[in-house]
Design a protein around this ligand. Sequence first.
Ligand code: ADP
Length: 774
Amino acid sequence: RIGTAALAVQVVGSNWPKPHYTLLVTGLCRFQILQLLKEKPYPVAEVEQLDRLEQFTNQQKSEEELGELSEQFYKYAVQLVEMLDMSVPAVAKLRHLLDNLPREALPDILTSIIRTSNQEKLQILDAVRLEERFKMTIPLLVRQIEGLKLLQKTRKPKQDDDKRVVAIRPNRRINHIPSTTEDEEEEDHDDVVMLEKKIRTSSMSEQALKVCLKEIKRLKKMPQSMPEYALTRNYLELMVELPWNKSTKDRLEIRAARILLDNDHYAMEKLKKRVLEYLAVRQLKNNLKGPILCFVGPPGVGKTSVGRSVAKTLGREFHRIALGGVCDQSDIRGHRRTYVGSMPGRIINGLKTVGVNNPVFLLDEVDKLGKSLQGDPAAALLEVLDPEQNHSFTDHYLNVAFDLSQVLFIATANTTATIPPALLDRMEIIQVPGYTQEEKIEIAHRHLIPKQLEQHGLTPQQIQIPQVTTLDIITRYTREAGVRSLDRRLGAICRAVAVKVAEGQHKDAKPDRAEGADGEDCKEHVAEEAKPESISDTADLALPPEMPILIDFHALKDILGPPMYEMEVSERLSQPGVAIGLAWTPLGGEIMFVEASRMDGEGQLTLTGQLGDVMKESAHLAISWLRSNAKRFQLTNASGSFDLLDNTDIHLHFPAGAVTKDGPSAGVTIVTCLASLFSGRLVCSDVAMTGEITLRGLVLPVGGIKDKVLAAHRAGLKRIIIPRRNEKDLEEIAVNVRQDLTFVMASCLDEVLNAAFDGGFAVKPAVERLNSKL
Ligand code: ADP
């Protein structure tokens, strides 16, 4: 029933994560509850004051009363405080309080400081008589002192009692390091001196030097056990390692660059031309503040590899910075050094790795930069890429400016749609379209196969992959715009062949050794085996395959399994209500089937296949146009009415259902598909189409024609309907692809339908059959 009256000095509250308050109070005196008046909403009681408030002023009197007890208490209290580390401000303050506060106040204060249970603390609070309070607190003090003594004994067994008290405070540096590591300390000290020497001799900027010298001064004073010691040291080591003034010499010769680019890469003429222009300007004008090149195209078309070639032609170091999924701006700009685990951003890290200040940095996948609460990395990249600003790029970790103006940045992306506009503005986009089948075959035979053979330790004498097989791999085992899967398949073939060859060598080598032939002979023999002529001679050695191993279709099936992609086009177009569209994705062009079916219902349109809003609108447009033209084309619903939606529901589906699709270019395909459904006629099986439609039946141009045409060609289609205004885009397509295909230019939907159906779609006079149904 005893409490403490107090004065609230400060109330601090917050609502997050849940409501809580912190109350700062100054205790006044003890009181006793006489009678509880009410409990809710808060307790109100009649109380009696137990302590005198003025006691603090009346020092003389109290001391007389307590005499020896208070003296004894004071002695213990001083002993306890002396055992603590005086350099801690709170301890010094406590020492000061001991001398200046009236003795009566001390039991309360010391009880709140020493380690006791809440129970004991409450007991002291309950003790109203001062004498009682002193008596109760003294044992607690003694207990604490004994505890501290024990602790010191276990820490420093060798030191005697008198020294112990002193030893825990001053010279912290020596205290914390056991004597056995004194040598190490010496060594570390030498290291710091070395580091200082390195800093002074390094070629860092004046500003950086100033910061470093300041830091090293701090480092010298710092005890090694402090976490900050390691941090500062790492920082200084990084500063010394950075290539402030170190660069490679550019050796740029356009003719050599052209040869190197041509040797490394087949096709991609447009890209190579632009890269050469860029390099030529660099050769003429040394300090180019030109735009950043950004290669945009599907995966596996050689964007990264061209970047690497550019570095090679310039004789510069190459470093790739993968930006896919980066969503924190400190990834680019580093963390401030105040954070635990702080580190520099990827740009500064890259510079440290390459060790020169003029490398080629390839910013890979800029279209896949994320955004999060931790800031926008694209915004940080803006500063890096801006030639006006990047001579003084300040990484948060370094906290001093670093000159990035000598770095050559090249970016790559799959699509420009997701690159932030401000970033896009800084870059010059160079589109890298997918390859045709012929180009892929050439790339495979000129670059991929030789590379794979080398990686697997094979020689052309051991394995032969004819062009027809490559074509088979391209058409039946891959469906992509680039050559990455093709490269993987070739790798799989090489692995399988490597096993056969290794087995053959093993079997071959054994009998030779048994005969005691020396190593040289053995090797020669094996080499001979590898030659095709020797097959018959060595047949009795039971070499499993003949050499060289020829990869034909059967071998392909054995190694890669049954073909993954078959020409299924004609099969799927065997019913009315199916048409083939052409779609563009960041992975290149693709053919896309559109399926429609109708059933009894109330005139509803169902769309499935994860469509975006634009595509849904295209579907509505297509239906509206067909309804308004139903009579002209003699299109009827199941019951023969020209109102196509009368008692009829329509379902349109776009496989593959799990891939999100959007864009206006499916318009013509949807119209064709529905026209086929309502007329009951089949769409030609070799036709693909693309184009946006209007309500009045016009066909508008769309993007990505080259990729779409290549996709149609890959899928073995023969005729392609494109908007008339896209005719100019056909020039970009290789002649051999164009020769294989027939292009139909359409400016209105009538032309599209006429081209999509055998014999055209125009109204036929034979309408009587339908009339008779009515
Ligand atoms: P991307 O960066 O466009 O995704 P990469 O540059 O990683 O693609 O290319 C994948 C592989 O394909 C590389 O091994 C590269 O050498 C090869 N490659 C791509 N295009 C060509 C080409 N035109 N000529 C030679 N090799 C190529």
